[in-house]
Design a protein around this ligand. Structure first.
Ligand code: NDP
Length: 298
């Protein structure tokens, strides 16, 4: 990062592999709520550990957050140990959380009063994409902030897209993930019915994946995670439910009726209640399996 000092806050499933790329590129300070995680990361990647968000931002030129929701990002700003206590004028603040557009506009306003530029920069591509440095990153910012953000984000992603003003990255990410959620449910329901009707799930997907119903869910996620019975936990179902909620709010705010997304939100809410906070997003299909008394395997 050519001398730029970066701070990364939130070493979760996707944050940690993203931060690892930054550590390779220049001096990095990391903070995480659970201290054991941050110590392990620092050992593995040669980063400096900050005891508080305030300490993390104290000498940073760029501060990056990757937390579950905008609520946690806002909470990190305030208080004697919060980011606002030490953020310096001229610092660049990039929020890679899949957050809420209205909250981002609030945060951007608060930061602008202190001369700190903000961009919402949520990512897509999963933990594999984060490890490979090939994430798609959708940025909401003014032109000048985007120009500053781009080289930093390019260390973590291969497609960095300026999609509009502050908040628009989060809006686009929420709609993208709402489409993912709808797809998961639709593929799960369709395959359950086909298996019951005597078509193997593998055969069904082989045909769907050269036909017009194919999607990332049918081509990659279900073959790799469901048919194999592997069910890896890389992206929490609770986070996908949160994203559908943000997309639903966007539809309401813009006056667009959203019965399909409303139903997807309700079904994911039910799945979260049944499967818990640590279940993976694809496990929504487990619920379809148990409701219909069938296993989707290949
Ligand atoms: P995880 O649940 O794996 O990690 C969440 C991170 O936030 C952890 O570092 C956790 O700290 C921290 N955290 C949680 N609550 C608080 C809190 N109250 N205060 C401070 N820190 C907190 O989430 P992911 O890394 O998977 O996701 C992060 C963001 O990226 C989310 O917005 C998600 O929607 C998005 N995303 C995730 C993808 C994925 O494939 N996983 C893909 C694309 C986007 P601790 O270690 O203490 O729990």
């Amino acid at each position: 990062m050519s001398g730029r000092r970066a701070a990364f806050l939130g070493l979760g499933a996707i944050g940690a592999p993203m931060a690892a790329h930054l550590a390779k590129a220049g001096p990095l300070t990391v903070w995480n709520r659970t201290a054991s995680r941050v110590a392990e990361f620092a050992r593995a990647h040669g980063a400096r550990v900050a005891a508080t968000p305030r300490e993390a931002a104290a000498d940073a030129d760029v501060v990056i957050t990757c937390l579950p929701t905008s609520r946690e990002v806002e909470a990190l700003l305030d208080g004697p140990d919060g980011l606002l206590a030490s953020l310096r004028r001229g610092t660049l603040f990039l929020d890679c959380t899949s957050g809420d557009p209205a909250a981002s506009r609030r945060i951007a306003g608060q930061l602008a009063e202190r001369g700190v530029a903000f961009a919402d920069a949520p990512v897509s591509g999963g933990t594999n994409g984060a490890e490979a440095g090939t994430l798609a990153i959708m940025v909401g910012a003014d032109e000048e902030t985007f120009a500053r953000a781009r080289p930093v984000l390019a260390l973590m992603g291969s497609r960095i897209e300026h999609v509009g003003p502050v908040g628009s990255g989060h809006a686009l990410k929420a709609v993208n993930n709402a489409l993912l959620a709808v797809n998961i449910l639709a593929v799960g329901e369709g395959l359950a019915a086909l298996v019951k009707a005597g078509v193997s799930a593998r055969t069904a997907l082989d045909v769907i994946n050269v036909s017009s119903g194919r999607s990332f869910v049918s081509e990659t996620l279900v073959p790799e995670r469901v048919l194999t019975g592997a069910w890896p936990r890389t992206f929490r179902l609770a986070l996908l439910e949160k994203d559908v909620g943000i997309a639903r709010a966007l539809l309401r705010e813009t006056g667009v009726d959203g019965p399909l997304l409303d139903l997807a939100g309700e079904l994911f809410g039910r799945a979260r209640a049944a499967l818990g906070e640590s279940a993976d997003h694809l496990e929504a299909i487990r619920l379809i399996e148990s409701d219909s008394g069938v296993e989707i395997r290949g």
